[in-house]
Design a protein around this ligand. Sequence first.
Ligand code: ATP
Ligand code: MG
Length: 421
Amino acid sequence: MISKPKGTYDLIGQDAKKINYINNVLAAMCQNYNYEFIRTPVFEASEVFHRGVGEGSDIVRKETYDFKDRGKRDITLRPEGTAGVVRSYIENKMYGRDIQPVKLYYNEMMYRYERPQAGRYREFHQFGVEVLGCDDPFVDAEVISLAYNIFQTLGLKNIRVNINSLGDQESRDNYRQALTNHFAQDIKNMCPDCQERLKKNPLRILDCKVDQDKEIMKNAPQTIDYLNEESKKRFTKLQEYLDLLDIEYVVNPKIVRGLDYYNHTVFEIEILNEEFGAQNVLGGGGRYNGLVEMLDGPQTPGIGFAMGMERILLALDVEEVHLPIDNPLDVYIGYVNDEEKDTALYLVQDLRLNGFRVETEYLNRSLKSQFKTADKLKSRYVIILNSNDIKEFKVKLRDNQTKEEEMVKINDLVDYLDMHI
Ligand code: ATP
Ligand code: MG
């Protein structure tokens, strides 16, 4: 038997139904917020992600699937959504569109070479949004509210929004210097990754999962103490907007986010539940005003977030939220002989095209088995076709709850069902 590659999974059964349901919620929500669906390639030229996500990030240093294709091109499987979307934004000159800002959403599989565990896979599913062309914290608040409202709509409670600000370039540079000074004396005692990070991107040290509990980590300088006036004002404004929207949040100075491209607003949404363990961050995002330029586009501000669908499934399980996925069947149509079978073929199609959820028999089994199947599918109505009835253009319709039976003209069937379902 051939098994699936490590860190992947087959989406089947109840989970497949749940993801389908969630996708519909996400699409409806994005429609109301007026975000436009975008799909970019699963693979891109490696430099899209290496430059876009940043050489200093964990993703590029350890997690990307890089390979050469048969034409010797350097290719990388998409590890996250933003860099590819920004590449597409630039290539398709979306900055020149009439309507600005450009508001996009994606819903795709991502690839990272990670150590698989609960809520962490090598092929995983992210939903995310990006807004390009607006620098106002008004948009930051909208993006956070969209993320927050998705969790609310799905019925998740105990959701906490953590926000922080990295400030503009000047604030970020000052903070970076302060961090470098803070960690420099004691870096020998930290993990090899952190030693590397100190040179390349000291902010990432704060994200370290190995050294998290060390004293030096706990009294590290905090971003918000290094914000200049302008950046401080923005951060205050964002909080006013979130208050106005009634979104519960905490300012969490520890949040710096794993990717290199963030500035100003960064945020993470976590679920507060003991059972969850380390993978309790459901999603996160932030502002990336330098990224479009970094990928050779015109200077354009941007902000986005991404959330992990596998972790949402876990969260729904842990919180015992039941999604309405077990839609019962409207009608089951059974039959015995060939003439009835012909009518079944036609009638099933007719009712389906009129919007009803209909199933029939495929294996020429006994009537008894067909009734059993209808019950298992929780069918609201059962029609057992009969040659004599068909000659009179009628069917016997049984209400599968009350067990009452009624003769209905085939031509009136759609109207009858419309009235009763
Ligand atoms: P983590 O700290 O858990 O590794 P991250 O900072 O790498 O997360 P992002 O790149 O911000 O995560 O991705 C956003 C969301 O995507 C995460 O909050 C998480 O829900 C999900 N996610 C990230 N990596 C994985 C993975 N390997 N498997 C499943 N979901 C993932
Ligand atoms: Mg990660």
